[in-house]
Design a protein around this ligand. Structure first.
Ligand SMILES: NC(=O)c1ccc[n+]([C@@H]2O[C@H](COP(=O)([O-])OP(=O)(O)OC[C@H]3O[C@@H](n4cnc5c(N)ncnc54)[C@H](O)[C@@H]3O)[C@@H](O)[C@H]2O)c1
Ligand SMILES: CC(C)[C@H](C(=O)O)[C@@H](O)C(=O)O
Length: 330
């Protein structure tokens, strides 16, 4: 039987992006599975050297690959990652926030999945300068995207053993847009009578997450609220260094840490590679390698519990030293 070779496009990007992606690849290679990694440029450095933040060759490579591993891009991030998400048709942004044992964090009991809509809302890119003093942005909410994302969240919650889904909105003010999103959520929830379902306003969710994050298991929400709440969730569990994400569509998948280029620590070997390594676990799960995914997650958890971690978690290891510590525990 011929062995499956996984074709993966790698876009390290700027700042700590390439540093954490190097760690992620080292861990993936340590599984002994057959990988074919192809590297592509994107981001600020690429813009400076080639005049484009996302060259066509990178886009073509991402579209041709089985999946994409992404690090981070700097000020050009929106031109890179939003375009990649759109071109790859990734309509789901899956963002887990799990407090690992041993991390000195605000809320050690946090374990939630944020299912962020990935294609519309204020990210539709429709802004206008009406007069020199008045500018507007159009918020787009469609039945198709809303139903698709809430169905995904409900199905995910069902597969996870019937976890509770909270639809997060601001329909008391955004009556038409979030009102429509909520209608789509309710209609979908009726098709999943076995999955606990509730609704909550985004402002009160922010407060409750800061005080009692254990009240949330699966949050489904629109694009901008999902962006903000996932960084808030990162703050509960010890920071952005622990938060991976998966952008998933029908035909493509892109895995990226929730964090950015971290200019304050870039180039110093200080970046926590856990978010990127946990992206590797999400990639493994996506490829059907569930056992390896679980082993990578456990190895990260074991490292962190043993204090084998980078300085943001109170440890002494450098980025690649932590990657090697994870590999040793695989
Ligand atoms: N997907 C992306 O490419 C993406 C996402 C967010 C921000 N950005 C870009 O990144 C740049 C910096 O943005 P920012 O400072 O708001 O957010 P950031 O995520 O880069 O950093 C926020 C804070 O978290 C820390 N941090 C982040 N990742 C870490 C890690 N792996 N290990 C240890 N500490 C870590 C940083 O040191 C910093 O103090 C901006 O240019 C922004 O546009 C890109
Ligand atoms: C960099 C930016 C375009 C991006 C977003 O807003 O989606 C980031 O904040 C994220 O959370 O991945």
């Amino acid at each position: 039987m011929t062995e499956n070779i996984y074709d993966i496009a790698v876009i390290g990007g700027d700042g700590i992006g390439p540093e954490v992606v190097e760690a992620e690849i080292a861990v993936l290679e340590a599984t002994g599975l057959a990988w074919n990694f192809s590297s592509y440029e994107a981001g600020d450095d690429c813009l400076a050297s080639r005049g484009q933040a996302l060259p066509q060759a990178t886009l073509d490579g991402a579209l041709a690959a089985q999946a994409v591993i992404f690090g981070a891009a700097g000020v050009s991030a929106a031109d890179v990652i939003l375009r990649l998400r759109a071109e790859l048709g990734t309509f789901v942004n899956l963002r887990p926030s799990v407090a690992y044992k041993g991390v000195n964090c605000l809320h050690p009991q946090t374990d939630m999945m944020i299912v962020r809509e990935n294609t519309e809302c204020l990210y539709a890119g429709i802004e206008a300068q009406l007069t020199p003093e008045v500018v507007t942005a159009t918020r787009v909410i469609t039945s198709q995207a809303s139903t698709r994302i809430v169905n995904y969240a409900l199905e995910w919650a069902r597969q996870a053993g019937g976890k509770k889904v909270t639809a997060v909105h601001k329909a008391n003010v955004l009556r038409k847009t979030d009102g429509h999103f909520l209608q789509c959520c309710r209609a979908a929830a009726r098709q999943f009578p076995d999955v606990p379902y509730e609704e909550a306003l985004v402002d009160s969710v922010a407060m409750r997450m800061a005080m009692r994050p254990e009240e949330f298991q699966v949050i489904v929400t629109t694009n901008l609220f999902g962006d903000i709440l996932s960084d808030l969730a990162a703050g509960l569990i010890g920071g952005l260094g622990m938060c991976p994400s998966a952008n998933l569509g029908q035909a493509h998948a892109l895995f990226e840490p929730v964090h950015g280029t971290a200019p304050d620590i870039a180039g110093q070997g200080k970046a926590n590679p856990s978010a990127a390594i946990l992206c590797g676990a999400m990639l493994l799960r996506h490829l059907g390698q569930e056992q390896w995914a679980a082993r990578v997650e456990k190895a990260v958890a074991d490292c962190v519990a043993d204090g084998q971690a980078t300085s943001d978690l109170g440890g002494k290891l450098r980025t690649m030293e932590m990657a090697r510590a994870v590999i040793d525990r695989l």
